[in-house]
Design a protein around this ligand. Structure first.
Ligand SMILES: Cc1ncc(COP(=O)(O)O)c(C=O)c1O
Length: 489
């Protein structure tokens, strides 16, 4: 473990407060209406048991308030900050999505410009629209040998900062969905040397801080703020995330107010308790647990390379040679040689092998491992892949992972276009030269090619027409992508 064992970290104040409340069988005259689970549907209760519903309470002194914490939640957030070595941590109940929005609103004023890596989650666009900033996009490179989108590099950020010295902040995502971690310390140092705020979406990296075999995390690198989905890799329930604050450049009270503005006033306390418990678990057992997950993932990677000729996985060394690092707990399996798409293999895995993946596209399958993963899961998975590669033979396709040049003019702020009613739909061909009024993101590679406020180029339109033959484009409003929304003045 990277942190010295701290006895405080054995405590789980919020979980304990809820447990003590649940055990007292209090007569409830508070929300929610199910009254300690009494009126929860029987079929559901038969499956889940009754106990968890006693944790579903509302704000009162014993369990504290998420919006104005003075007791158990305050202590639990303090222990979270201590575990990650940051100044403050805030619990989130609408995932990293809400954390990303909050970071934009807290770090920037309307009209500021911010350098943003283009392969960002859709909540980043929401943050840009809500905050009224000018995004300066960095287009990540694509590797057509690995069929992979790289992370943003130090050089790309340096170039952007040199070209746009007025930028107030930099926003990047690390690790990427495939587990690719960029040169965080170098990027953070550069930003701070230039007086810029650095914000990191670390949705997939809440575990990195607790195992030395894993790449550097955003908190270790010294990011001003980062957000982690505690539910993605650690053991908290879905929707649970944490915003870590470690800045000299931003006012924490502003961050707190914004986070409070964006979150429900009825947070689910069962969810909040799992954030508290997940922190204790990863602090005390993260090294051991992730040693095992890493071993299982590496075993799976090596099994695939040795035994499944039509599939391949890149490893940490392959990625390090390219200047990045890899969270090896993520398994990306390239399946292009099978002649099947990742979607087809994903369906076969679900239908015939009872295995569910997090993501698949034309080229790759992504198996996300978490604190609860074990070697047996990986064995079942790779044996299923081996079986599939023997049973199914598709026709070799000539799909190529590509993206047009997105170095186009940002004519209006995304917020202005988003809030405007002066829009209409035109055929893709007729959109050339107009200002985009919608987001369109082909998967793969998951990089938006149209952003509200940007000038639409012929290259982008040709690309959209070509791609829409094979894949569904996120943001398209009809079965086939035939039109795009433009701004009309
Ligand atoms: C990189 C990245 N950022 C943010 C999010 C949103 O996280 P959450 O689901 O916790 O809101 C995701 C979700 O998949 C993601 O992959």
């Amino acid at each position: 473990m990277k942190k010295k064992l701290n006895k405080d970290q054995f405590e789980v104040p919020l979980f304990e407060a809820l447990l003590s409340h649940a055990r007292r069988d209090v007569v409830s005259f508070h929300c929610p209406g199910h009254k300690n689970g009494r009126s929860i549907d029987k079929e559901l209760k038969n499956y889940t048991g009754e106990g968890i519903y006693k944790f579903d309470v509302t704000v009162f002194n014993e369990v504290d308030s998420l919006h104005d914490p003075v007791g158990a939640i305050k202590k639990a957030q303090y222990l979270m900050a201590q575990a990650y070595g940051v100044k403050r941590s805030l619990f989130l109940v609408n995932g990293t999505s809400v954390g990303n929005m909050a970071m934009f609103l807290a770090a920037c004023e309307p009209g500021d410009s911010i350098i943003v890596s283009r392969n960002s989650h859709k909540s980043v666009m929401a943050g840009i629209i809500m905050s009224g900033v000018w995004p300066i996009w960095i287009q990540p490179r694509i590797d057509q040998k690995l069929d992979l989108v790289f992370n943003t590099t130090y050089d790309q950020i340096k170039e952007a900062l040199d070209k746009y010295p007025e930028a107030k902040a930099v926003f990047i995502t690390s690790p990427t969905y495939n587990g690719i971690v960029t040169e965080l310390s170098k990027i953070v140092d550069l930003c701070h040397k230039k007086g810029k705020v650095i914000l990191i979406d670390e949705a997939h990296g809440a575990h990195l801080h607790f195992n030395r075999q894993l790449p550097e995390s955003a908190v270790e690198a010294g990011a001003d703020m980062c957000v982690q989905s505690t539910h993605k890799i650690l053991s908290a329930l879905s929707q649970c995330s944490v915003l870590h604050f470690n800045s000299m450049l931003i006012d924490f009270n502003k961050v707190k107010k914004i986070v409070s503005m964006l979150q429900t006033t009825s947070p689910n306390y069962l969810m909040l308790a799992t954030i508290d418990l997940a922190r204790r678990q990863v602090f005390l057992q993260g090294k051991k647990k992730f040693d095992r997950v890493i071993e299982a993932a590496e075993w799976g990677r090596s099994y695939i390379s040795k035994n499944i000729a039509l599939m391949k996985c890149f490893g940490r060394q392959d990625i390090q040679k390219l200047g990045f690092d890899l969270d090896v707990t993520k398994l990306t399996i390239n399946i292009t040689k099978t002649g099947l798409s990742g979607y087809e293999i994903e369906n076969i895995l679900t239908r015939d092998y009872n295995i569910q993946l997090d993501y698949a596209d034309l080229f790759n399958l992504i198996a996300i491992m978490g604190e609860g993963s074990n070697k047996t899961d990986v064995e079942v998975f790779v044996k299923a892949l081996e079986d599939i590669s023997k049973k199914y033979h598709g026709k070799q396709k000539n799909w190529i992972l590509k993206i047009p040049s997105l170095a186009t003019e940002m004519v209006m702020k995304p917020r202005e276009v988003f809030l405007s009613n002066s829009t209409k739909r035109v055929s893709i061909k007729k959109a050339v030269g107009h200002i985009a009024a919608q987001i369109l993101t082909p998967y793969p590679p998951g990089i938006p090619v149209l952003i509200p406020g940007e000038r639409i180029t012929k290259e982008i339109c040709d690309y959209l027409m070509d791609m829409s033959k094979d894949i569904r484009i996120s943001g398209q409003e009809t079965e086939m992508l035939k039109t795009v929304k433009i701004f009309t003045n």
